[in-house]
Design a binder for this molecule. Structure first.
Ligand SMILES: [Zn+2]
Ligand SMILES: [Zn+2]
Length: 175
């Protein structure tokens, strides 16, 4: 399998870091393509001002090739049923990550580019982990730990814990 990223974030420095981390963790080829807009307003819930991540991911199912995992990186804020917001979502070969809540500015703080890139890397590695079949991990330092808020993302590392690493090897040997 290879990983294809379609990114609304036109920041080649940040995307190179994301690609580098994905290659390191998953040992797969990573290709980045920059796009202007990933989806239109039909996915917008105007009363929430957020886009429905489930519908977007399902809509991209036909775009994905059989031998690739597709990762969408959007600037828009996302939600899923039952949650006020989500950082990302993964389903059957397609994942999406939103940069909207990854900046310090969003929380009324001073911009911090390094921190933003770290957060984006972690969220991307997390969602690609789901695409490989990994589930949420109780180890709060593991990248597969669920992020309830940005503090959880900052606390975890961008790497898999040894348990998830073993599980990934097993999952990859089956495909
Ligand atoms: Zn998750
Ligand atoms: Zn883990």
């Amino acid at each position: 399998m290879r990983i294809r990223i379609l990114s609304e974030l036109h920041d080649s420095g940040a995307l190179e870091k994301v690609a580098e981390a994905l290659r390191e963790i998953y040992g797969e080829e990573v290709k980045v393509e920059f796009v202007d807009k990933l989806f239109d307003e039909k996915f917008l819930n105007s009363s929430r001002g957020q886009h429905n991540a489930w519908l977007i991911v399902q809509n991209y199912k036909h775009v994905r090739a059989d031998d690739e995992y597709l990762l969408l990186i959007t600037l828009e804020d996302l939600y899923a049923a039952g949650l006020n917001y989500i950082f990302g979502l993964a389903w059957q070969g397609v994942a999406i990550v939103s940069t909207h809540r990854l900046t310090q500015e969003f929380y009324g703080l001073k911009p911090d580019r390094e921190l933003f890139i770290e957060r984006l890397v972690k969220e991307a590695v997390h969602e690609i982990g789901h695409l490989h079949g990994l589930t949420h991990c109780p180890d709060k330092r593991c990248v597969m730990a669920f992020s309830n808020w940005i503090g959880d993302t900052d606390y975890k590392s961008y790497r898999l814990c040894s348990r998830c690493e073993r599980k990934l090897k097993l999952l990859k040997s089956k495909t």
